[in-house]
Design a protein around this ligand. Structure first.
Ligand SMILES: CC(C)(COP(=O)(O)OP(=O)(O)OC[C@H]1O[C@@H](n2cnc3c(N)ncnc32)[C@H](O)[C@@H]1OP(=O)(O)O)[C@@H](O)C(=O)NCCC(=O)NCCS
Length: 306
């Protein structure tokens, strides 16, 4: 199923029986899968003339994922993820961020090697690549079925741009938020307020149209942040944009040194509970925010540790 070629002579060093993947026989793999078999590939490949080559597991895995047009590639690695310079695990890394990390010299060699192959898979059309620790019992299940997971997920870049908002986005934000304000889901924000607070917003834009937004308000003395005005255009709900906005706001909050994130909601409690928030009380809000709490609206307070 795996055809190999020699690495050859690099900088005067003959790599002899060390090889690279040349081709994956997708047809045979699919045939085996369709007949109910499980396919296990070893990091060993043969040249068309029958010579055996030692391949890297990552090369075989990424090449196979691309050839199969897989939805996911999961790599169980010793390091089990990408860590930032403060030693915090990066839960999600975009293709562009992965390229930046690989271009710098901060990554340990082993994780750089794994990330390079995960990136190659994403560039080859695999939607997500996960790097998770093999030393942790149940890590595959924890990564796939827990919201935050236990490793790093590399995400294929989509045409949509997730970015911080600028003054030109005020009109788009108003168009997105207005209907939700009118039906009472969100509190009303006038143009002037959005203009003043534009830097707090993160938006998802597609072809020049704002399809989603969320805002972060920091209360640094209390070490907490509020996520507000989370909204996704009803036409594109259910595709994970809400989730991406939440993750970006969490990232921004962590970068600002905040330890907890809270939201006030009247109708979306379950969405937040599923994403690691727990119910809290108005007393747990920072003092300044408590004063502004609208007792008529009776929003629920939900908090998440970052
Ligand atoms: C909440 C919201 C931002 C989610 O955006 P999204 O892009 O659809 O989110 P995702 O694609 O990441 O998640 C979709 C999942 O959330 C669920 N969901 C959507 N609204 C929900 C709600 N009010 N309560 C519970 N679950 C909800 C969907 O059923 C879907 O579940 P599934 O994955 O099991 O199919 C979007 O529904 C929205 O804009 N709602 C109106 C505004 C709002 O309520 N904002 C929060 C104010 S505090």
């Amino acid at each position: 199923m795996v055809t190999a070629r020699p690495v050859g002579i690099v900088d005067g060093v003959d790599y002899q029986q060390t090889g690279l993947v040349r081709k994956i026989d997708v047809q045979t793999i699919r045939f085996a899968l369709n007949s109910g078999a499980m396919v296990l590939l070893s990091p060993l490949g043969y040249s068309p003339t029958g010579e055996a080559f030692n391949l890297s597991m990552e090369d075989v895995a990424a090449s196979t994922a691309i050839a199969l047009d897989a939805d996911k590639l999961i790599v169980l690695a010793e390091t089990g993820g990408v860590f930032d310079s403060d030693g915090n695990l990066r839960r999600e890394v975009s293709e562009a961020e992965a390229m930046q990390l690989l271009a710098g010299d901060t990554l340990p060699e082993d994780i750089g090697f794994t990330l390079r192959h995960a990136l190659r898979a994403c560039e080859g059309g695999v939607a997500r690549a996960h790097i998770i620790p093999y030393g942790l019992d149940g890590s595959v299940l924890l990564e796939l079925f827990q919201h935050d997971g236990v490793g790093t997920m590399l995400v294929e870049e989509t045409l949509e741009a997730l970015r911080e908002a600028g003054p030109d986005d005020v009109g788009g934000l108003l168009a997105l938020l207005r209907p939700l304000e009118e039906d009472g889901t969100l509190v009303r924000r006038d143009r002037g307020l959005i203009e003043r607070e534009i830097a707090n917003f993160t938006v998802i834009e597609h072809d020049g149209v704002i399809f989603g937004c969320a805002a972060l308000y920091a209360f640094p003395e209390a070490g907490v942040g509020e996520m507000a005005a989370l909204a996704v255009n009803p036409q594109v709900q259910g595709r994970g944009d809400g989730e991406r906005l939440l993750q970006r706001i969490e990232q921004r909050a962590r970068a600002a040194g905040l330890k907890r994130l809270f939201v006030l909601t009247t109708r979306t409690m379950h969405w937040f509970l599923k994403r690691g928030f727990v119910l809290a009380s108005v007393d747990q809000l920072p003092k300044q925010r408590r004063g502004l709490y609208n007792w008529q609206r009776k929003s629920l307070v939900l908090i998440k540790q970052l």
